[in-house]
Design a protein around this ligand. Structure first.
Ligand SMILES: [Fe+2]
Length: 361
């Protein structure tokens, strides 16, 4: 067993996008993020523009390369808009990097110092599934707005109540789930929190398998999915084809008040998966009493599930780009630590309807 490497939290998630200026507007106006900082030509960085946004403890960075020879341009050509980096905040980026590369993790960026008038950070990065990376960032000597090179921006106040990242899901190729689950155990010293097989996650047509990997303290959870054989094409396979390989499928955002949050997101134009009315016919027999208003739950198309420690409410957006790849989940937990297993069937049937419309089922 590998010793867990000390990770404090997810520092930020970086998305490579075709037009970061417009993407930043979308995450601000639709999802209620506030812009906190900017790095680009105006701040002395000629080859890219990056917008740092925050809501609760969730920080997103939207980056666009400004020339075709920038390596990020090839990434974008292959994958389209999506998650490039799930960056970890650590105390000592050098020692974490040294440990994980000694365990065989592939280096992407060897530790280096970034500095500006706000101080200095040490940053390094390793490769995980697909063309996704994990940065390690230590900020003990930095006191600026976000990271060196970024200038502060006076953002608007967020009015959507998103507090933190609940989990981030990766889709990997057929028969690669075990390899990547083992990677998190061997390289980062994580453990398997729970797993689902194709008997748990299947409909009449499609199936997938999933293992949920968790950090030592379980504050960070990364489920990893792979497609399973079904009569028709798994949604995971559709993702793999359009993403040109493995990558981040969804980021789950935690809110303490999902009814209000989803109402606001809907008003602001965020598109969610449509759940058939029949789902609600048997729901309350299955999950029992909840504090939230049942009619509102149905009206907003929110899913509910219960496990032995409590219940959870969740909802999934449509993909947020034209390729059927990355989407978001909004989740509220009342004790439940699970991932909505009781909703898998309804959810996947809803995704299949969307897949069919795209001609990809
Ligand atoms: Fe999820």
């Amino acid at each position: 067993m590998s010793q867990p490497v000390p990770l404090k939290a997810i520092h930020h998630v970086e998305f490579l996008v075709g037009n970061a200026k417009q993407a930043a507007y979308f995450y601000r106006k639709a999802f209620g993020f506030s812009q906190i900082a900017y790095r680009g030509p105006e701040t002395g960085y000629r080859d890219h523009a990056s917008y740092a946004l925050q809501q609760g403890s969730v920080r997103f960075v939207l980056t666009t390369p400004l020339s075709p020879d920038h390596p990020d341009s090839e990434w974008l050509k292959q994958h389209g808009d999506g998650v490039r980096d799930i960056a970890f905040h650590v105390d000592d980026a050098d020692s974490v990097f040294e440990t994980v590369t000694a365990r065989g993790a592939a280096s992407v960026i060897a530790p280096k110092t970034f500095e500006d008038r706000g101080g200095a950070t040490r940053q390094a990065a390793i490769q995980t599934y697909g063309d996704t990376i994990h940065s390690f960032i230590s900020t003990n000597d930095y006191d600026g707005p976000f990271l060196p090179g970024f200038d502060p921006v006076d953002g608007d106040e967020p009015d959507v109540d998103i507090k933190c990242i609940d989990h981030i899901v990766g889709n990997v190729e057929d028969h690669k789930m075990d390899t990547w689950a083992a990677w998190y155990v061997e390289k980062l010293g994580w453990h398997q929190f729970v797993s689902f097989d194709d008997k748990d996650i299947s409909t009449e047509y499609t199936a997938l398998r999933s293992k949920v990997m968790a950090s030592e303290t379980r504050h960070i959870k990364f489920p990893i999915n792979e497609p399973a054989d079904g009569l028709k094409k798994s949604q995971i396979q559709e993702y793999i084809e359009f993403n040109r390989g493995a990558g981040v499928q969804h980021v789950a955002l935690h809110t303490p008040d999902i009814l209000r949050t989803v109402s606001v997101l809907r008003e602001r134009g965020v598109e969610f998966l449509r759940i058939p009315d029949e789902y609600y016919d048997t729901l309350w027999d299955r999950v029992g009493d909840v504090d939230e208003d049942r009619d509102e739950i149905k009206r907003l198309n929110i899913l509910v599930d219960r496990d032995d420690t409590g219940y959870l409410l969740q909802i999934f957006t449509q993909p947020v780009e034209d390729r059927p790849t990355l989407f978001f989940e909004i989740i509220q937990r009342h004790g439940a630590q699970s991932f909505g297993k009781g909703n898998f069937k309804a959810l996947f049937e809803s995704i299949e309807l969307a897949q069919e419309k795209r001609g990809n089922l």
